[in-house]
Unconditional design. Structure first.
Length: 370
């Protein structure tokens, strides 16, 4: 079995929809948020805690696992699922975004990218073929094609060159991919230029991937511009295949993305800000490490039913974080992941009831963005 997708309900007021993403390790209800397990772990959480928080599909990072501990070791361990003790579906990104974010530490050619490790400075080469080799060894359910992510801002000429290379690399990825129990998604590029997004989508749809990601957004552009690009790009993608918006995880963007027809999201935001003592609530972010919470014995979010909010106060969490206790960031991480995954559950329920736009308006009226 590879990857298939079933649309179960459409919303007539916008592009929001419900779906079922079928993978070798289980079926996932969409729209779905994927917690990020960069180095084969969702930071500060056990797999059981991720599942208890509502996680069903997680993302892991090809670049980081390739560098440490190495994809061959993971293969020897029985694949990424067994290595990290996660029995649900896994998506691995291609490493493209990480490689291109290295800036002066990398050199791009038609064959691939030569880069220096951020860990020890050693030189490595990533090509479409190498990205597929690593992801096949990891054994993820969904592998991503190797792409070139254009920065923001960039010229139309740069964005055009990146998307054309992405299309050629996508063909090379498909040519060498051999795992029948793993699907490969293509990544639409084109920067913030509608005509280039159309060109990229047309070329990738022609390759008949089982799913499509929209890359090159959430890289510094204003949110309204991202929404405009989604409004233009999503209708260019097949109705019967999942659509994945890469690197987006703030609550407002999740709701706006769903309304525009996105089925899948990932982002480090919930876990990263948790480690800085910041949590998500219905009213926006709350920096629990701040002095104003030193004697606040309320839960992080009175409307939240997560383990942290049921059992601990803001004052105690502030104490743990100020004292450098590991439990503090574990508890804030549990809360933030629960918050985002519960939000996605509510979004799915609102789509089912035909009230997603009303839900969006109510939520955003109260929520102050991150």
């Amino acid at each position: 079995m590879t990857i298939s997708f079933t649309v179960t309900k459409k919303n007539h007021a916008c592009r929001a929809r419900l779906g079922l993403l079928h993978t070798p390790h289980g079926t996932v209800e969409t729209p779905v948020f994927m917690p990020v397990g960069t180095q084969a772990t969702v930071k500060a959480m056990t797999p059981e805690e991720v599942r208890n928080a509502g996680g069903r599909l997680i993302l892991s990072n090809t670049y980081h696992i390739y560098l440490r501990p190495g994809h061959e070791l993971v293969k020897e361990a029985g694949g990424l699922h067994r290595f990290m003790h996660w029995d649900g579906p896994i998506l691995t990104d291609s490493g493209g975004f990480q490689v291109f974010s290295l800036g002066p530490l990398r050199k791009v050619s038609e064959e691939g990218v030569t880069f220096r490790s951020h860990i020890d400075g050693s030189e490595h080469f990533f090509s479409p073929e190498k990205a597929m080799e690593v992801q096949m060894a990891l054994g993820s359910d969904i592998a991503m094609a190797f792409d070139e992510c254009a920065p923001y801002p960039c010229s139309p000429e740069y964005a055009l060159g990146a998307l054309e290379r992405t299309s050629r690399w996508a063909e090379r990825c498909l040519a060498v991919h051999r795992r029948e129990d793993q699907g490969v998604f293509g990544i639409v590029q084109g920067g913030t230029f509608p005509d280039l997004r159309e060109k990229s989508a047309r070329e990738l749809v022609g390759l008949n991937f089982p799913g499509y990601a929209i890359g090159g957004l959430s890289v510094g552009e204003p949110k309204n511009l991202m929404y405009e690009i989604l409004d233009y790009t999503v209708p260019l993608l097949p109705e019967d295949k999942p659509r994945y918006l890469m690197g987006v995880g703030s609550p407002d963007c999740l709701i706006e993305g769903v309304a525009r027809g996105i089925d899948m999201f990932d982002c480090v935001l919930p876990t990263r800000i948790a480690r800085n003592g910041t949590v998500l609530t219905r009213r926006g972010k709350l920096v629990v490490r701040n002095a104003e919470y030193a004697s606040d014995f309320a839960p992080l979010d009175p409307d939240c039913s997560c383990y942290t909010c049921r059992n601990y106060t803001r004052a105690y969490l502030r104490h743990l974080i100020k004292a450098g206790e590991i439990l503090g960031i574990r508890l804030t991480t549990i809360h933030n992941l629960h918050f985002v995954l519960e939000l996605m559950k509510e979004i799915r329920e609102a789509i089912h009831e035909g009230e997603i736009l009303e839900y969006r308006d109510r939520f955003l009226k109260e929520y102050k963005g991150v």
